[in-house]
Design a protein around this ligand. Structure first.
Ligand code: CUA
Length: 320
């Protein structure tokens, strides 16, 4: 029975190794290299552990009289010095040799995406198209991510695609991403950067190349006009509340750069990096910003009347 339980526990813990943010379920070239290294190291460590356990059992079972001085010395020098030196040196050489391909720049014609870590969200730029907390990539196409920080040190980590790279104020660091299959993956900030560090998520959507081109063309278009009386009231409320001082909505004259560009905010995977992108959540976010993301620079707009919040949420959610 205990064996069944142990097997069930092992199966359950391995089930946690898959999914949208697993280094052991790679969906990109860099992550594949890292996973291969991990499996070889784990396999090697398991084999060595088994050999050591067998030796220990053998040592306990055989009497002391059977170990001659020469064979004991051979065991110590061979098994204790030569073997680990050779194995660890080989693993080190192999591990180091897999670094250059991980850090290699993509072909010069590759797309360049600029990602800026800010407290506590990711600004993502494809030329003039700007998004927040979302990265779209084409399967099989390597891209160069130029990583910057607007304030403190952040670290971009998309476990399923590649290793992590820090975003350092005043510097541009680079990361090559080459997705090998389509899907939605999760990126996080891997360097503690303040109160809402844990809410600094990034959705990474990998699609076929032609779909990415269509999506980019849609994103480059100016914002949709509000649909329906509630959204129209929301557009007026947006102006009255001065939202455009911090946010841009292309095509409306709002060109703030402090917060995320909201031109197509309603079409994004998530709101504020971790909330569902629905009218209800837009409303909750507007009214309770500092509760949902402690320390965020955006003030809460809980002082607005309920119908004003409803209208604003309807307008924003409609900006697809
Ligand atoms: Cu940004 Cu942690």
């Amino acid at each position: 029975m205990s064996r069944v339980r142990a097997l069930a526990a092992a199966a359950l813990s391995l089930a946690g190794c898959g999914g949208a943010e697993s280094v052991l379920d790679p969906a990109g070239r860099g992550a594949e290299r890292i996973a291969t290294l991990f499996w070889w190291m784990s396999g090697g460590a398991a084999l060595i552990w088994l050999a050591m356990a067998a030796l220990a059992v053998w040592a306990v079972r055989s009497g002391p009289e059977r170990h001659g001085t020469r064979s004991a010395a051979l065991l110590i020098v061979g098994g204790g010095v030569a073997f680990p030196t050779v194995v660890l040196a080989a693993l080190l050489a192999w591990g180091l040799s897999s670094l250059p391909p991980l850090l290699a720049a993509p072909p010069p014609t590759s797309r360049v995406i600029r990602v800026t870590g800010e407290q506590w969200w990711w600004r993502v730029r494809y030329g003039e198209v700007e998004l927040a907390n979302e990265l779209r990539l084409a399967v099989g196409e390597p891209v160069l991510v130029e990583l910057e920080s607007a304030d403190v040190v952040h670290s971009l980590w998309i476990p399923a695609l590649s290793g992590k790279v820090d975003a350092i104020p005043g510097r541009v660091t680079r990361l090559t991403l080459e997705p090998t299959r389509t899907g939605t993956f999760r990126g996080v900030c891997a360097e503690y950067c303040g109160a809402s560090h844990a809410l600094m998520e990034l959705a990474v959507v990998v699609v076929p190349p032609d779909e990415l081109e269509r999506w980019l063309a849609d994103q480059a278009a100016p914002a949709r006009a509000p649909k329906g009386p509630l959204a129209e009231r929301g557009a007026a409320q947006w102006v009255a509340s001065g939202c455009g001082a911090c946010h841009a909505v292309r095509g409306t004259g709002a060109d703030g750069v402090i917060g995320p560009d909201l031109t197509h905010v309603g079409g994004r995977r998530m709101l504020a990096g971790w909330l569902e992108n629905s009218q209800h959540e837009h409303r909750r976010w507007l009214a309770r910003t500092s509760e949902l993301k402690p320390g965020a620079r955006m003030p809460s707009f809980g002082m607005l009347a309920p119908d004003e919040l409803d209208a604003l949420a309807a307008y924003l959610e409609g900006l697809e």
